[in-house]
Unconditional design. Structure first.
Length: 367
């Protein structure tokens, strides 16, 4: 194997592929990236057995096609540290990879290509195409609500629902819920529901930009594959039943107020400074055209803010984890936010005024 490539052409796919590779691995070869060179194409593959990512680049010159695996993190660090516009030459010599750039020379260890696992190609039942911007928007609007290390393993991921002319994403950690949907030019004979694991969701969103360029999705019984041309991403699916999220969305709340989104977010962030560090609780006191935000902590320190809002109705006091409210305000697109409440023990519904693509439910806290 022998080829040359510019630093910039190698770095973008390498950085994304190396992101999949975990630092601590059960199998040594999983810390490596697989490099495969053909006549005019270079493919880089990284995997952790759950998620696999293949990035492609165009070499400047291929003297000898071939394949090899080298330590992903070390290769990336070397490439990052080289000067801009460097030309890098790779060659396989005596079972080691020699990398030359200018007056620098690095020799990297290799592991056998045969040991490198690949996620098997299962049956792809359904293939469809979506604009990258649509899928990225849906993921960004909901992924923050995914659980992290919940024993209910199906919550450590995001539900992707595909139906006729509709794509929906849902995430919840049991304390808050995010749902977002958009119409799309797809046709599905039978609607599909897939749970994509947390790591897969986070890696997939790094590959997507806000453009209308298509991303091709291939859905299998136990995996999902996304292809952008430059990258092919494959993730195993979480086997489990996602909760019935529609039942959780509160209906018929009679206390509805509208606030400036950025002003409310700043007020909550200031109040949070003096909330209990462990529970992060704040009290919202709702009254006509005013929302009072209060917090205190075990040191008896207190914070109080008043926010002008649009509201005419009965007074109500309710507690929330302030972090959950700020997370929602960070992802809402509109300049204003509408919150619907019914009583101190019922969840709040947050959305754009009049309802938009996304709905957010936050459970209250007893303070």
């Amino acid at each position: 194997m022998k080829f040359s490539i510019s630093r910039e052409a190698l770095l973008r796919p390498l950085t994304l592929v190396a992101g999949v590779v975990e630092r601590r691995q059960t199998l040594p070869v999983l810390s490596n990236v697989l490099i495969e060179v053909q006549d005019d194409q270079l493919a880089l593959t990284g995997t952790d057995l759950e998620v696999e990512l293949i990035g492609r680049a165009t070499p400047e010159l291929v003297d000898e096609p071939g394949s090899v695996t080298v330590p992903a993190r070390k290769l990336m660090d070397i490439c990052k540290s080289l000067p801009d516009q460097s030309a890098i030459s790779f060659s396989l010599e005596d079972g080691r990879v020699v990398l030359r750039a200018g007056r620098s020379r690095f020799t990297l260890s290799t592991l056998p290509v045969a040991e490198f696992p690949n996620i098997e190609d299962g049956q792809n039942d359904t293939t469809l195409s979506l604009p990258r911007g649509t899928l990225k928007y849906l993921i960004d609007a909901t992924s923050f609500a995914m659980a992290q290390q919940d024993v209910r393993y199906y919550l450590n991921g995001m539900l992707l629902e595909l139906a006729d002319h509709l794509v929906r994403t849902v995430a919840t950690d049991g304390h808050r819920l995010a749902v977002c949907e958009r119409s799309a030019d797809i046709e599905m004979e039978t609607p599909r529901k897939l749970i994509v694991p947390r790591k897969g969701v986070l890696e997939l969103t790094r590959l997507l930009d806000g453009s209308d360029e298509p991303v091709e999705l291939m859905l299998g019984s136990n995996h999902i594959r996304a292809n952008t041309g430059e990258f092919t991403f494959t993730s195993k699916l979480v086997d489990g039943k996602f909760p019935d999220y529609d039942r959780v969305i509160p209906k018929g709340g009679d206390k509805v107020f509208i606030a400036e989104r950025s002003e409310l977010r700043q007020n909550l962030a200031r109040t949070a400074i003096l909330s209990n560090e462990k529970y992060r609780g704040v009290r919202l006191h709702l009254e006509e055209n005013n929302l009072k935000v209060m917090a205190n902590n075990p040191e008896q320190e207190e914070a109080e803010e008043n926010v002008s809002i649009e509201y005419s109705g009965d007074a109500l006091e309710i507690g929330f984890n302030v972090g959950y409210l700020i997370d929602v305000l960070n992802v809402l697109d509109a300049d204003r936010m509408q919150m619907t409440l019914s009583d101190a023990n019922s969840s709040a519904l947050m959305e754009e005024p009049g309802g938009g693509d996304a709905r957010y439910v936050v459970m209250p806290m007893r303070l």
